[in-house]
Design a protein around this ligand. Structure first.
Ligand code: KG4
Ligand code: ZN
Length: 338
């Protein structure tokens, strides 16, 4: 307990961020330590799983110590240990999970396994103290693109997902084609502000009528083909225009499907989460449509959009108070369903 309230130590290591946090009563973030490996993976143009695992192993103990120290807590103050157990890179997940289990075994404190996507959604509870379910959620990151119906703190259902690339992955791949570097999302976000979104017509892929699924591999190829044909014709490419046109095509589909889902299922709140939730154009577009339809829009500040352990601590808190506790046989599940 901290200040007479429930304290969770949380660990996240599903991709390339080694993170630990201390949360009090789920929404009061006492620390949120993130050791990012972006600079290392940048050299390879994407996350290299083996390298990610090795760095998690080197950093995890220091990150946990720092999270406890910043929260002015010791393990004695902690009520439960929350940890991401999937989805993610198996070798990366295992490091966080083994650490959490070791703490649980050594201290006798309960272990609470958290689904990474559920964690992303919960980041919004930390940011917006008044937010309560039910609502419609859009989870957009480097690994996921999902429309999720959230009916309660521990209850959510995926209504749609990507059939190929995740949206952040598409941003990263297109950025590479345009020579913008890694991670591409923030770079496209920035340069697109100077471009004309109507300059190149990229196909909007809505799939079958009523489907809330996505497909982004076609537009990625579309950008590649456009760049190659312009080069072959000896024409100079306006990177800002291509970036803005790509982004507009992708976001038109995402915004339309998310708002349609909210209207259809009578949800008056849309909650955005994941790395791509910090995209400025996505925010502007959603704000505009939600304003017209009387839907309230929520998204976290950038540090809680990308991978972090505070969001896992919040999700673990709601599971813990509902008695949803795991034992030490909990295993990493790379394709964990929600
Ligand atoms: O949630 P996250 O940290 O990791 C995953 O769980 O995947 O998301 C990382 C992804 C990367 O693909 C990155 O390019 C993208 O989020 N991203 C953005 C922006 N900031 C990060 N994409 C578009 N616009 C941004 N401003
Ligand atoms: Zn994530």
């Amino acid at each position: 307990m901290i200040d007479g309230k429930i304290a969770i130590l949380a660990i996240e290591s599903s991709c390339d961020e080694t993170a630990a946090a201390v949360l009090v009563d789920g929404r009061d973030m006492r620390s949120n330590i993130i050791s990012s490996q972006i600079d290392i993976h940048k050299l390879y143009g994407g996350v290299v799983p083996e390298i990610a695992s090795r760095h998690h192993l080197e950093n995890i103990n220091g990150v946990v110590e720092e999270a406890l120290a910043e929260a002015e807590a010791t393990m004695d103050d902690i009520d439960a240990i929350g940890v991401t157990y999937g989805p993610g890179l198996v070798g990366a997940l295992l490091i966080g999970l083994a650490t959490a289990k070791a703490f649980a075994l050594a201290t006798g404190k309960p272990l609470v396994g958290v689904h990474h996507i559920h964690g992303h959604i919960c980041a919004n509870y930390i940011e917006h103290k008044d937010l309560e379910p039910p609502f419609m959620s859009l989870v957009v990151s480097g690994g996921h693109t999902n429309i999720v119906e959230v009916t309660d703190y521990n209850d959510c259902k995926i209504l749609g997902g990507t059939r190929d690339d995740a949206v952040g992955e598409a941003y990263d791949k297109v950025a590479r084609v345009l020579g913008l570097g890694y991670p591409g999302g923030p770079k496209i976000d920035r340069i697109a502000r100077e471009g004309n979104p109507d300059s190149v017509e990229f196909k909007r892929v809505f799939l079958e009528k009523g489907s809330l699924d996505f497909s982004f591999s076609g537009i990625k190829t579309g950008v590649l083909n456009y760049v190659n044909s312009e080069k072959q014709a000896g024409r100079e490419i306006n990177t800002a225009d291509v970036a803005a046109s790509f982004q507009q095509a992708v976001l038109d589909v995402i915004v339309t499907k998310t708002v349609d889902a909210a209207v259809e299922l009578k949800k008056d709140k849309i909650v955005v989460a994941g790395g791509v939730a910090s995209n400025s154009r996505l925010r502007t577009m959603l704000e505009e449509v939600c304003g017209k339809k009387g839907i309230r829009l929520y998204y976290p500040s950038p540090v809680l959009c990308t991978d972090n352990a505070a969001m896992i601590g919040c999700a673990a808190y709601y599971k813990y108070i509902a008695g949803e506790i795991d034992d030490l046989t909990l295993d990493a599940v790379p394709n964990l369903p929600l």
